[in-house]
Design a protein around this ligand. Structure first.
Ligand SMILES: NC(=O)c1ccc[n+]([C@@H]2O[C@H](COP(=O)([O-])OP(=O)(O)OC[C@H]3O[C@@H](n4cnc5c(N)ncnc54)[C@H](OP(=O)(O)O)[C@@H]3O)[C@@H](O)[C@H]2O)c1
Length: 480
């Protein structure tokens, strides 16, 4: 049998679907999995889905030897120790110049450590973020490869065909940059995804709890929103969710789903990185906190008994106005959330010297991935206008959009507060905007307090230098 073009190890949801996608694009592929039944399952699926050129192997040596040189093997296994174990299994059979690509949601420093270790053995290494879940992997994901440029060049032709294709802006893949940059960018993509999902959930909560919209009204509203500036995968699936009836009982399925959100860690890493880099990311942080609070279901049930009462302000609500206000608030909040995500990436890029192209990242997120949205085109254009943009908020187009929407945005946040409905993401976005746009913040007082109790010194607005005041003595003297 002729050698295959590429190999893929790890045939759970992502690996199996990506392997079929690669084969469908005309690249014969060898596949391997620790548990061999998944190998047979994948080969059978490949047959059923059009006799795709997928070749299964039950042992790593024959798997590796079935691939043409220089060999490229994509791994899609659980992040962490399983990746190290799979590398050890594969590397025993790989030769100088071969390449390993980790397609999992890996911590970027692990990728950098492995890239170095592989280099010492003459192997190339890439850490490639893959977004789009099962469907994306099968039909076109957004791919974020970082690490060895030489390795990227080996497989660029495959990636360009396998990635989601967006008319007018091309395949959703680009060489991200050196080291762990591909994993880092994928991590922040997931953080932004947390923010988007939280903001949509808050829009739902305000419309349902204050506006009293039914599920079928919500389905209509979200379908309508999906025709305009909010057009995106997440708005589309949200509209679908509101239309699904419960097959096991009365009513709609969404109302039967337990209000407890799971998570796998990339959102937490994003927030930790934001803190490490001293970048404010309050919307993404609020989305993470909301997941933590959602997990306290039993405590919340008990607290709801202690804090019983009618929190609604009882005022009549103009439904049409509310729907339009919430739409605008959601859009404005989303701009702030993306601004935060982009700033985390920008700060890391300059810390690590990665030279990341933010506009190009927005372009490859336009298709295939979970945050795909028409809105990303506007972000790309903003960075095309000015690649050094300090913050998305000050791009002239986004600035105007925020100005046009801020009245509605403030109405929604105030209405939610007055009705006891928490909107942590929208409120955090608004506070981010209100802090960022003000030339003077109350930080002068915080700095004075720091100098008072800790002699941390302060700068002055009217003269250069570093100052310290004996605040306590001065205050007591002035009392006497
Ligand atoms: N699921 C998604 O929607 C999604 C989206 C984007 C990215 N990702 C990322 O893509 C990667 C794969 O995700 P997934 O959901 O397809 O699979 P997963 O559930 O994260 O991992 C299962 C795979 O890992 C293998 N594995 C686990 N421990 C191993 C070990 N010690 N040695 C060798 N292999 C081991 C399993 O092999 P066995 O069959 O032998 O157990 C199986 O192939 C993960 O990093 C995930 O975070 C997932």
């Amino acid at each position: 049998m002729a050698l295959t073009r590429i190999g893929l190890a790890g045939l759970a949801v992502m690996g199996q679907n990506l392997a079929l996608n690669i084969a469908e694009k005309g690249f014969p592929i060898s596949v391997y999995n620790r548990t061999t039944s998944k190998v047979d399952e994948t080969v059978q699926r490949a047959k059923a889905e059009g006799n795709l050129p997928v070749y299964g192997y039950h042992d790593p040596a024959s798997f590796v030897n079935s691939i043409q040189k220089p060999r490229v093997v994509v791994m899609l296994v659980k992040a962490g120790a399983p990746v190290d174990q799979t590398i050890a299994t594969l590397a025993a059979h790989l030769e100088h110049g071969d390449c390993i690509i980790d397609g999992g949601n890996e911590w970027y420093e692990n990728t950098e450590r492995r890239e170095k270790a592989m280099e010492e053995r003459g192997l190339l290494y890439l850490g490639m973020g893959v977004s789009g879940g099962e469907e994306g992997a099968r039909n076109g994901p957004s791919l974020m490869p970082g690490g060895s440029l030489e390795a990227y060049k080996y497989i660029e032709d495959i990636l360009l065909k396998v990635a989601a294709q967006v008319p007018d802006s091309g395949p959703c893949v680009t060489y991200i940059g050196k080291g762990g940059s591909g994993n880092f960018v994928k991590m922040v993509h997931n953080g932004i995804e947390y923010g988007d999902m939280q903001l949509i959930a808050e829009a739902y909560d305000v419309l349902k709890s204050v506006g009293k919209l039914t599920n079928s009204e919500l389905q209509q509203v979200f379908s309508e929103w999906n025709k305009g500036e909010l057009l995106s995968f997440l708005i589309e699936i949200t509209a679908d969710i509101f239309g699904i009836k419960d097959e096991q009982g009365d009513g709609y399925l969404v109302d039967k789903v337990l209000d407890k959100t799971g998570m796998k860690g990339t959102g937490k890493w994003t927030v930790q990185q934001a803190a490490e880099l001293s970048v404010a990311a309050p919307t993404i942080e609020a989305s993470l906190d909301s997941r933590f609070l959602s997990g306290l279901k039993d405590e919340r049930v008990e607290a709801s008994k202690i804090f019983q009462g009618d929190y609604s302000n009882g005022l009549p609500v103009d439904k049409a106005q509310l729907i339009e206000d919430v739409r605008q608030a959601l859009y404005a909040s989303k701009i702030c959330s993306y601004a935060q995500g982009m700033n985390i990436i920008k700060a890391k890029s300059s810390e690590k010297g990665w030279g990341l192209n933010l506009g190009e990242l927005a372009r490859i997120w336009k298709g295939g991935c979970i945050i795909r949205a028409i809105f990303l085109d506007r972000i790309k254009k903003a960075y095309d206008r000015n690649s050094d943009l300090a913050n998305l908020l000050v791009d002239p187009e986004f600035a105007q959009e925020i100005m046009d929407r801020q009245a509605a945005w403030r109405r929604v946040v105030c209405l939610a507060i007055n009705n006891g409905v928490s909107t942590p993401g929208m409120s955090a976005s608004l506070a981010y905007f209100d802090s960022y746009r003000r030339d003077r913040l109350p930080a002068n007082l915080v700095q004075a307090q720091r100098d008072y109790f800790g002699a941390h010194t302060y700068e002055r607005v009217d003269m250069p230098g570093s100052f310290h005041t004996e605040w306590f003595k001065t205050a007591r003297n002035s009392m006497n």
